[in-house]
Structure formats: structure tokens, C-alpha cells
Design a binder for this molecule. Structure first.
Ligand code: ZN
Length: 694
């Protein structure tokens, strides 16, 4: 081969690599490509062609690595140069406040703290030498991880070559965007429980060409740079300069730092004093569902790197960072038996009775298993040892099986017949249902729901009385409550004249509950307070209008309502077409309940009844208020009134509600020309719509 040709190939490979690195970065990191896909593919194919002709000229960080390489046998174990320790955890903003105080005291100086999102993905450490990615290592046990370099190279936002020839270890989190997860998982034979598991599973594929097909992404959040950066903020800046993808959902909290410069440079970050941190946490938690990725908490870090060094580590955790976890911790326990519950809609829920276990400060002995598909996915059997978690305030759920039972119990199956009434169960969608309207458990569930404090709120008629009415056969369905002669309870223990008169008064009073309360109290699937509100706003001001739409099967009319999806619309149509539902409504109408809105409804207090006066607006709040404490209460009105809220003032903010002592947000709002609204003006605006704030 002529030497000139070989040299030409070498320089063309170098040139193409350089170009393609740039194009990949523009496309995947910066989101603004400068060449067409066609041109990109042409250059890419040319490079691949040259590389296959001259394999010895192929660079280890070649852009063609993005599509994966030959199968790797194993993922060899590699020692981390700096151990990757887990973080200490907190579950409330009080704990965070305590930690900040403790840390500040320990350091003996005023500190600033950076708050980042804790992305629920796969932690990775990227080792660069002379600016080239040489190793990507999983967290492992914190000291030794697995080398999965070939697979990580397929992730477009992981730089293979840095613009500076430096040695650095960068920590990041690899994740799969939620929407892509749904899309990919749907096609999988054995679906994954969450995006994290799918991401972790793909990173362990032997063929990196298979990994390349999974649209994984990465955020970088720590870098151990040789020259001493002064602060974590500077580290984040440096990472950005080195073309890593860094999240811009960052909060900086300090009682001493002058953040004016930073605020100008990072309009998307949030800034505040320590007392504003709890609200930031609350807001971040409320915004998590809208993110393209899953987060399971926030991380609060000391900004001053020198102080980090001084604070050092406990045996298990760095002292300079703490994780705020949204979810309560998990516990491990054993399933004693599995039973099914029949809900008020006839839906069957399998429930595991477990050995009592302490989780997040309460004792758990019943754990939901959701449905048959969930049981099969986790392969749950009686006698299995499982981890149980409490997500927020909802019912605890089994997360995974830790150890199978030793007696060989098979994966559990929902019985064929309803345990309450013996009817054959039917499968609709993901769930089993008992379709017998008179099923005792359903009647019981409907009744308890209906009288509950968040629904009709029938005074003096509690669960015990309801139970007695059912057991004695006095009440078989909701309308019976209003038809039953309560005098007949005379002689039952605890039912004197006064008690009976009180129950009757409670029922009488409940008859004036407005339509927007009556409708969700019926316990019809999908028709809760929010959907009710949407329906009423869209003109469905009476039950007759809803039933008419259902009878004519006009689900497209419902789908047209913003906030109502196809599934909800289909359920509404189905439910309001069912004869027994219509009959129940007809009878409740006869006994005198409100099934249409009246003029008086408009002036009712409470967020449920707010007209859409904030629609199309994006609000932010700062400072403190007389009537709204915490100030997030004010934002509840905005949300209930169809507006959006965010924790930070940005280009999309339309209004800033400013109380006394508003700081940086107020300044920024003024700079951006955002409309600034005082507490008085805000209250006035609500009042104009008939909403009184006490
Ligand atoms: Zn039944």
C-alpha cells in the first residue's frame, strides 16, 4: 500500500472523528444540530468504512463506538480511585434544616448549599485520561464496580473526548426518559417495573449494539478535578465547559452568598435563603411528575469544596451531603397469606397479610399487590420474603421478592369467584371485577365512601352505624339511607332519641350538598372531585346532561374537555350507561339530593369551586403573606383556577405574587417585566369571582 494513501486515510479518519464528535455533541447535548441527518450518516458511514479498512487506525474513542462493539464476555471488576459512598438520608424538610444547622456548626463558618435532583437511574463513574474516556464503572459496592465502558460509550451525551486533555473522574446518573420507557416496555416480553430497572438491565447487555438501541441519557453532577475548584457551582460550570450534560434544575441556598452574578448567569436556577428551602423542596416534589425522568428525591450539598474536605466522611457517608427522599423507606417482611378485597366499584384487590413491620414510623401488616399482572411480574407467593415500601401516604406496596418461600408455594392466583357474594369474577383491563351490584362488600364500600368526611360528610352517621344498618339488612344501597325510618333503631344499644334525631338532622343537612359534592360521592370510577369540576366547567351542569352523553356514546365530546383523557371518557360513558347506576341516581334524585348546579354554587369557598380565572397564566410566589401561610396555599388557588405554577421566575413566568420581603425573585421578575401582584390585588381578584379568603 502506498504510504501516501495510508497517511491520507489517517488524516481523513482524524478529520471525520473530529467532525462527528462535534455533530454528536450539537445534536445530543446542545440540542441544535448544524448538519442534516443525511449528511451526518454519510460522514459516519465513510468513517466506518475507513475504520474497517484500516482497523489499526481506529481510535478507541471513535464516534462509531456509539453504535456498539463486538460482544464483551464479562464486565470485569474495577476498583474506584475514590470510593463512591451512599448518602445519608432525610425524609422531612425539618431533618434537612437540622442537618444544615449541624453542618454549619461543625464547619464553624457560614456555608452555602446546592440542591440537585436525585435522579432515579444508574450511578456511573467516568474516568478520563488526557481527555479521553478510558473507563466507565458502575457504583458496585462503592469500592469495586463493573467496567461497562463499551456500553456506556453508546450513550450519546457521554463525551468520549473532552476539549481539554485532562485526567478527571466524573460522576453521573444514567437514566431512561419516562416516555421512552413506556414505549419500549410495552413491547417487552417481560416488562420492567420502572425506568431504572430497564436502564440497569440494558447496561448489562453483553452486546453493546443492543444497548445502543435503548435511548439512555446521562446527567453529570460531580467531577474530581486536579486543579482545585473552589466551589461545587464551579465544578458544575467546569463540567458544562467540558461538554457534559448538567441539569439546570438547581437550587442555591445561602444566608451569606451574594448571588446576584449567578442569578444573571443562570436564570433557570433557583436562589434563596435557608428559610426558603422547605418550600423549594415542596415545589420540587410537586413538579416531579412533569419531568421527563424519574427522581426519587433531592440532594443537598455543601457548596464550598474546602469545607467538604474538612468535614470528611463517617464510615458510611460523606458529612457534606444529604439526600432528601420523597419516598418513605422500605422494610423487609414475610407474606403470611394473600386475600382479596372487593372494592365499592366491584374491583378486586389482592392484599398480602404480612408479619408486622415498621416502615417510616408506622406498623404495616397489610400490603397491596395491585392486580394479578403485578403478582405475576414479581412472582409473588405466600410465604415469600418481600420488601415493602410506602410511597407518600398511599397504601404500602410490595416492591420485590427478596427470598422465595421454602415450602414450594406457587405464584398466587386470584380466585375464580367473589369471596363476598360468590359471583364469577370478570377481567376488565388490568383488574378482576365482581359485577354483582348487590354484592355485600360493594354495598358496604359504597356506603362507607358516600358518608365519609371527604364526600357527603353526613354528620352523626359514622362507620359503626353504617355497619349496623348493613348487617341488619336495613340498607342495601345508598338511597335506602334516606328512606329508612331511623326510629326503628330505638332499642339498639347506643341509639337513644337524641342520637337518632342527630342522625336524621345530618341526613337532612346532606341533602343540600351541591352537585359538585354529590357526584364524586357516588363512587363512580374516574369521577372524583377533579373530573367533576372539569365536567361542570365544560357545561355538564346536571347529571341528566352526563347521562344523555353516555347513552349516546359520545365519548369524543368528553375527550374534547381539557384534562379528560380517552380512558376516563370511556369509563364515564360505560358507567353512566349501566342500568343499576342510572337507577341509583334516579332514586337519589327522588329522595331529594342535588343533581344539578345552582346559582349559589359559584360562591362556595374552597379550591374545588374556583372558576378557570388563572387559565393560560404561569405564577411564581415570593415573600411572606398574611392570609397564605405557607405561601404555597396561594398557589393552590392558582392551580385550582387552571393556572400553572413554578418555583422559579423565568421567561415563561407571567405573574409573580409578591409578599413582604421578596428578594431575588422579585428583582428578576422586574427585570423580565413579569406582572407583579400584591397580596391585596390577588385577594381582590379572587373576590371578583366570588371567592372569599378569610
Ligand atoms: Zn361479589
Amino acid at each position: 500500500m502506498p504510504e501516501s494513501e495510508y497517511n491520507e486515510a489517517r488524516s481523513e479518519i482524524e478529520r471525520l472523528s473530529e467532525l462527528l464528535h462535534r455533530y454528536q455533541r450539537e445534536y445530543y447535548v446542545e440540542g441544535r444540530p448544524s448538519v442534516s441527518d443525511l449528511e451526518y450518516d454519510r460522514l459516519f458511514d465513510r468513517l466506518a468504512e475507513l475504520e474497517s479498512k484500516y482497523p489499526e487506525l481506529k481510535q478507541p474513542d471513535s464516534p462509531t463506538q456509539r453504535v456498539g462493539t463486538e460482544p464483551t464476555e464479562t464486565f470485569p471488576e474495577v476498583e474506584h480511585t475514590v470510593p463512591v459512598l451512599s448518602l445519608d438520608k432525610a425524609y422531612s424538610s425539618n431533618e434537612i434544616a437540622d442537618w444544615i444547622q449541624r453542618t454549619t456548626k461543625r464547619s464553624g463558618q457560614a456555608l452555602s448549599f446546592v440542591v440537585e435532583e436525585k435522579i432515579d437511574g444508574v450511578a456511573i463513574v467516568l474516568y478520563y485520561e488526557a481527555g479521553r474516556l478510558i473507563r466507565a464503572v458502575t457504583r458496585g459496592n462503592g469500592f469495586v464496580g463493573n467496567d461497562i465502558t463499551a456500553n456506556v460509550k453508546t450513550i450519546r451525551t457521554v463525551p468520549l473526548r473532552l476539549p481539554e486533555a485532562i485526567d478527571v473522574a466524573v460522576r453521573g446518573e444514567i437514566y431512561l426518559p419516562k416516555d421512552r420507557f413506556e414505549e419500549i416496555n410495552r413491547k417487552m416480553e417481560t416488562p420492567y417495573a420502572n425506568p431504572r430497572n430497564l436502564a440497569a438491565g440494558s447496561l448489562r447487555r453483553i452486546k453493546s449494539s443492543e444497548v445502543a438501541r435503548i435511548p439512555l441519557n446521562m446527567f453529570a453532577y460531580e467531577g474530581a478535578f486536579p486543579q482545585q475548584e473552589l466551589s461545587h457551582i464551579e465544578v458544575l460550570e467546569k463540567l458544562t465547559v467540558l461538554q457534559f450534560r448538567v441539569s439546570n434544575r438547581i437550587g442555591v441556598f445561602s444566608n451569606r452568598l451574594d448571588t446576584e452574578d449567578l442569578e444573571a448567569r443562570y436564570p433557570e436556577w433557583s436562589f434563596g435563603k435557608f428559610e426558603e428551602l422547605p418550600e423549594y423542596i415542596e415545589q420540587a416534589a410537586s413538579e416531579r411528575d412533569a419531568l421527563e425522568y424519574e427522581i426519587d428525591g433531592l440532594v443537598v450539598k455543601v457548596n464550598e469544596l474546602q469545607v467538604r474536605e474538612e468535614l470528611g466522611y463517617t464510615g458510611h457517608h460523606p458529612r457534606w451531603a444529604i439526600a432528601y427522599k420523597f419516598e418513605s423507606p422500605q422494610g423487609t417482611t414475610t407474606i403470611k397469606t394473600i386475600e382479596v378485597q372487593v372494592g365499592r366499584t366491584g374491583r378486586i384487590t389482592p392484599v398480602a397479610r404480612v408479619e408486622p413491620v415498621q416502615i417510616g414510623g408506622s406498623t404495616i401488616s397489610n400490603v397491596t399487590l395491585h392486580n394479578q399482572a403485578y403478582i405475576e411480574m414479581l412472582e409473588i407467593a405466600e410465604g415469600d420474603q418481600v420488601t415493602v415500601s410506602r410511597r407518600g401516604d398511599v397504601i404500602p406496596a410490595v416492591e420485590k421478592v427478596v427470598q422465595k418461600n421454602e415450602v414450594g408455594n406457587p405464584v398466587w392466583h386470584i380466585p375464580e369467584k367473589c369471596p363476598s357474594c360468590g359471583s364469577r369474577l370478570e377481567v376488565y383491563g388490568a383488574h378482576h371485577f365482581c359485577r354483582n351490584n348487590q354484592c355485600p362488600d360493594q354495598v358496604r364500600g359504597r356506603l362507607h365512601f358516600f358518608i365519609g368526611r371527604n364526600q357527603m360528610d353526613i354528620e352523626n352517621l359514622g362507620p359503626e352505624t353504617a355497619e349496623l344498618l348493613i348487617e341488619e339488612g336495613f340498607v342495601q344501597d345508598l338511597p335506602d339511607l334516606y328512606r329508612f325510618d331511623f326510629e326503628r333503631l330505638k332499642g339498639y344499644p347506643g341509639f337513644g332519641e337524641k342520637k337518632i334525631a342527630a342522625i336524621k338532622a345530618g341526613l337532612e343537612k346532606s341533602m343540600s350538598q351541591p352537585f359538585r359534592v354529590v357526584l364524586p360521592s357516588l363512587g363512580i370510577p374516574e369521577v372524583g372531585p377533579n373530573v367533576t369540576e372539569l365536567l361542570i366547567r365544560a357545561g355538564y351542569t346536571s347529571i341528566d346532561k352526563i347521562i344523555r352523553t353516555a347513552e349516546q356514546g359520545e365519548s369524543e365530546k368528553l375527550v374534547d374537555i381539557k384534562g379528560i383523557g380517552e380512558k376516563t371518557a370511556a369509563t364515564i360513558i360505560e358507567e353512566f350507561s349501566r342500568p343499576e347506576v342510572k337507577q341509583r341516581i334516579e332514586e337519589l334524585k327522588k329522595v331529594g339530593l342535588q343533581f344539578e348546579t345552582t346559582a349559589a354554587d359559584k360562591t362556595i369557598e374552597g379550591e374545588d369551586s374556583i372558576p378557570p380565572l388563572f387559565e393560560g397564566e404561569n405564577w411564581c410566589v415570593t415573600g411572606s403573606f398574611e392570609r397564605f401561610n405557607p405561601r404555597s396555599k396561594a398557589m393552590e388557588y392558582v392551580k385550582a383556577g387552571g393556572g400553572r405554577t413554578s418555583s422559579q421566575v423565568s421567561g415563561s413566568t407571567t405573574h409573580l405574587l409578591a409578599g413582604s420581603g421578596g428578594g431575588s425573585k422579585l428583582q428578576k421578575a422586574q427585570q423580565l417585566g413579569v406582572e407583579i401582584v400584591s397580596e391585596e390585588e390577588f385577594v381582590e381578584r379572587l373576590k371578583d369571582e366570588g371567592i372569599q379568603i378569610a
